[in-house]
Design a protein around this ligand. Structure first.
Ligand code: CA2
Length: 151
C-alpha cells in the first residue's frame, strides 16, 4: 500500500482560527481528518505534519525518503521564498504535488512565483480545502501510472 506524507507549512496551524475571510473556516485538523478519509477510499496510507519552521520541513522531506511514496505539500509562504525546500524535494526525488488554498495567481505579485512548482509533479491552487483532496487524488493517480505506465 502506498504511503503519502502531507506537509503543511508556515501559519497553516491557524486555519479556521484567524482570517476566515481569506482562508476559510475549516481548521487544519478538519482537513487532515478528511484527508485520512479520502486516503482510505483511495487505498493509501497517509500521515500529516505541520511546521512553521523551514528546517523542520526540510528534515521531514529527508525523513520521507524510503518511507513515503508521495508528498502532498502546502508550503505556505515558503512557497515563494524557499530554495531549501525546493532542493530537498529535488534531492529525495519523491513525487510531490503542491497545493494552495487560495489562487496564488489572483493575489499579490510576490505570491505568483513558486520555488516548488518546477520540482513538483503539478500544482493545484484556489479551491480552498478541496485543493488538498484534488491534490491527493492527482498524486495517487500519478503514483499508480508510474508503477504501471502502460495502463
Ligand atoms: O493559499 C495558500 O494555501 C497559501 O499557501 C497560504 C499561505 C500563503 O503565504 C501562500 O501565499 C498561499 C499562508 C498561510 C497562512 O495561513 C493562515 C491561516 C489562517 C490565518 C492566517 C494565516
Amino acid at each position: 500500500m502506498s504511503s503519502i506524507l502531507v506537509l503543511h507549512g508556515s501559519n497553516l496551524n491557524l486555519l479556521g482560527k484567524r482570517e476566515p475571510g481569506i482562508y476559510g473556516a475549516v481548521t487544519l485538523e478538519q482537513i487532515n481528518a478528511q484527508l485520512v478519509v479520502e486516503a482510505a477510499s483511495l487505498g493509501v496510507r497517509l500521515l500529516a505534519q505541520q511546521s512553521n519552521h523551514e528546517g523542520v520541513l526540510v528534515d521531514a522531506i529527508h525523513a520521507a525518503w524510503g518511507v513515503h511514496d508521495g508528498i502532498l505539500m502546502n508550503p505556505g509562504a515558503y512557497t515563494h521564498t524557499s530554495v531549501a525546500l525546493r532542493d530537498a524535494i529535488a534531492a529525495v526525488g519523491i513525487p510531490t504535488v503542491e497545493v494552495h488554498l487560495s489562487n496564488i495567481y489572483r493575489r499579490e505579485a510576490f505570491r505568483h512565483h513558486s520555488y516548488i512548482a518546477p520540482v513538483a509533479v503539478g500544482q493545484i491552487s484556489g479551491f480552498g480545502a478541496e485543493s488538498y483532496y484534488l491534490g491527493l487524488r492527482a498524486l495517487v493517480r500519478h503514483l499508480r501510472q508510474m508503477a504501471a505506465p502502460t495502463s
